[in-house]
Design a binder for this molecule. Structure first.
Ligand code: SAH
Ligand code: SF4
Ligand code: F3S
Length: 446
C-alpha cells in the first residue's frame, strides 16, 4: 500500500509526565500530517515513550522494540523512535543494541520532535539526549481525554534520592512561567476541559529557578502562588497537582488548598519508607515524624482530604524491623491509596552499588504484606463514602458495563453509576454512594 497520509502509533510507559509528553508529541505528529493508528502494525511511524524507573519497566521496552525492529526488515520505510527515560539513560548504546532505530530522544527533546524527524527523513540516524532548555509548547497536544488534562509546570528534579533515576533522565528543574501555565489552562477551559492536573516530579520545587523574591526573601513564584494565580480560570472546575515532596511541603500550601474552592482536597505525597534510618539512606530529607505532622496538619484543615502516597520495600539494608515501621505508618495514617514497589537497583544511582542488596524473595514477600495492608486500609477508608453525596466529574463509559459511566470524586475515587455517556460526559453530577470497594465506588444519580 502506498496510500498517504502516513499513520503513527505511540505506546506510552511510565508516569504522568510521559503521558503528557506523548500527548504533545502526538500533537506535533498530527500537525505534520500523520494520522493516529490504534494498531502499531498498521502504522509506519512507531514511537515508544519509555520508562526506566524500575528494571521491569525498562525490560518491557526491549521486548516491544524487538518485535517492531524485525518488522522493519520487511518494511524499510517504517520509522522507529524511542523517546523518554530509557532513551535518555541509554543514548547511543540503544543504537548499538537496536540498529533499526531511527531516532533516540530524551524527555527534554519532546517538543523538538518535528525538527528531529526532519533530520531523520533526510536520511540520518539521530540521537538527541544533550541537556537543553525545554522549549515552550509550540503545538497543540493531542489529548487522550476531552474532560481532564495534564499541564506541566516544572520539568526535571534536583533531588538526589539514592534509588532514583529521574534526575539523571529528566535533568535539572525547569519551571514554566505562571503566565504560560495560565494561558494553557485558559485554552483548555475554552475547549471544554473541566479538570487540570498540574504536573511536576517535585512539584513543591516549582518556581525556585524563576527570578524574583519577596520582601521576606521567599521566592516570588511558589506552587502556592501559582494556585492562587490560576484559581479562577474560566471553565476549569477542578485543579489537582502532583507529586508533592514532604521535604518542601508547607502549611501555606495546605491553606491554599483549603481556601481555594477549585483546588481538590487531594494530596499525593510519597513517603517511601516509615523508618528514619532508611529515609536517611534514601536521602529523602525528612523523618517519619515530620511526614506524620504534615498529614496531621492537612487533616486539621481538611478532615476528609484524600491522601495517597508511594512506598518502596526492600531498600538495600532494610531490616524486618525497619520494614515493619513502614507497615506501622500505613496502619496509622490510613491512606486512600499507596502505590507500592519492590526496590529495583538502577544504573547510575548510588544505592545500586551498595552491598546490602536484599534477595528478590524478601522483597516480594514484603511487597505482598504491604499491599495486603494497603488494601485493607483503603477499604476501611472507603467506608466514609457510604451513603454520602459526592460530586463526580464524568470522564467516560464504564468499559465493563455500557449502561454505566465512570468518573472521579473530588478526592479522586473512581466512581461508577448508571447513565448515558453521550449526555453526561464532562458533567459534574451529584451521586449518592451505594457500594464501596477499596479503590472504587458505585452510586446512583440523585
Ligand atoms: N518524584 C516522586 C516520585 C517519582 S518516581 C517523589 O519524589 O516521590 C515514582 C515512584 O517510583 C517513587 O515514588 C518511588 O516509590 C518509585 N521508585 C523510584 N525509584 C525506584 C526504584 N529504584 N525502585 C523501586 N521503586 C522506585
Ligand atoms: Fe526521584 Fe527523589 Fe526526584 Fe522524586 S524527588 S523524582 S524520588 S530523585
Ligand atoms: Fe518513568 Fe521517567 Fe516517569 S523513568 S516514572 S517515565 S520520569
Amino acid at each position: 500500500m502506498t496510500t498517504t497520509p502516513r499513520r503513527y502509533h505511540i505506546t506510552t510507559f511510565g508516569c504522568q509526565m510521559n503521558k503528557a509528553d506523548s500527548e504533545r508529541m502526538a500533537g506535533i505528529l498530527e500537525d505534520m500530517g500523520f494520522q493516529w493508528s490504534e494498531d502499531p502494525n498498521d502504522a509506519s511511524l512507531i514511537l515508544y515513550n519509555t520508562c526506566t524507573i524500575r528494571d521491569n519497566a525498562e525490560q518491557k521496552v526491549y521486548s516491544y522494540l524487538g518485535r517492531q525492529a524485525k518488522r522493519k526488515h520487511e518494511q524499510p520505510d517504517l520509522t522507529l523512535i524511542v523517546a523518554g527515560c530509557v532513551a535518555q539513560q541509554e543514548g547511543e548504546s540503544l543504537l548499538r543494541r537496536v540498529p533499526e532505530l531511527d531516532l533516540v530522544m530524551g524527555p527534554q527533546h519532546a517538543n523538538r520532535l518535528k525538527d528531529l524527524l526532519e533530520t531523520v527523513f533526510d536520511g540520518n540516524q539521530v540521537v538527541a539526549t544533550e541537556a537543553i532548555n525545554i522549549v515552550e509548547d509550540i503545538t497543540k497536544p493531542r489529548r487522550d481525554s476531552t474532560v481532564t488534562a495534564w499541564v506541566n509546570i516544572i520539568y526535571g528534579c534536583n533531588e538526589r534520592c539514592t534509588y532514583c533515576v529521574v534526575p539523571n533522565v529528566r535533568g535539572i528543574e525547569q519551571s514554566r512561567t505562571p503566565e504560560a501555565i495560565r494561558a494553557e489552562m485558559e485554552e483548555l477551559g475554552k475547549q471544554g476541559y473541566k479538570e487540570i492536573t498540574l504536573l511536576g516530579q517535585n512539584i513543591d520545587a516549582y518556581g525556585r529557578d524563576l527570578p524574583g523574591v519577596t520582601e521576606t526573601g521567599r521566592h516570588l513564584h511558589t506552587l502556592t502562588d501559582l494556585l492562587h494565580f490560576v484559581r479562577d480560570v474560566p471553565g476549569i472546575e477542578r485543579i489537582r497537582f502532583a507529586t508533592s515532596h514532604p521535604r518542601y511541603f508547607t502549611e501555606r500550601l495546605i491553606r491554599a488548598c483549603h481556601d481555594l474552592p477549585k483546588v481538590c482536597e487531594h494530596f499525593h505525597i510519597p513517603f517511601q519508607s516509615g523508618d528514619n534510618d532508611i529515609l536517611k539512606a534514601m536521602a529523602r530529607g525528612y523523618t517519619h515524624q515530620k511526614y506524620r505532622a504534615i498529614i496531621d496538619k492537612i487533616r486539621e484543615y481538611m478532615p476528609d482530604a484524600a491522601i495517597s502516597a508511594d512506598a518502596i520495600v526492600g531498600f538495600p539494608g532494610e531490616t524486618e524491623a525497619q520494614f515493619e515501621n513502614t507497615l506501622k505508618l500505613v496502619e496509622d495514617i490510613e491512606f486512600d491509596l499507596v502505590n507500592t514497589a519492590a526496590y529495583s537497583p538502577r544504573p547510575g544511582t548510588p544505592a545500586a552499588l551498595w552491598e546490602s542488596q536484599l534477595s528478590e524473595e524478601v522483597k516480594s514477600d514484603r511487597l505482598q504484606r504491604l499491599n495486603h495492608l494497603v488494601g485493607v486500609k483503603a477499604g476501611a477508608r472507603s467506608q466514609r463514602y457510604f451513603g454520602r453525596i459526592e460530586e463526580v466529574l464524568v470522564e467516560d463509559q464504564n468499559l465493563k458495563d455500557p449502561n454505566q459511566v465512570m468518573g472521579r470524586t473530588q478526592g479522586n475515587r473512581l466512581t461508577f453509576f448508571n447513565g448515558d455517556i453521550g449526555e453526561l460526559k464532562g458533567q459534574l453530577v451529584k451521586v449518592k454512594i451505594t457500594e464501596i470497594r477499596p479503590f472504587s465506588l458505585t452510586g446512583v444519580v440523585i
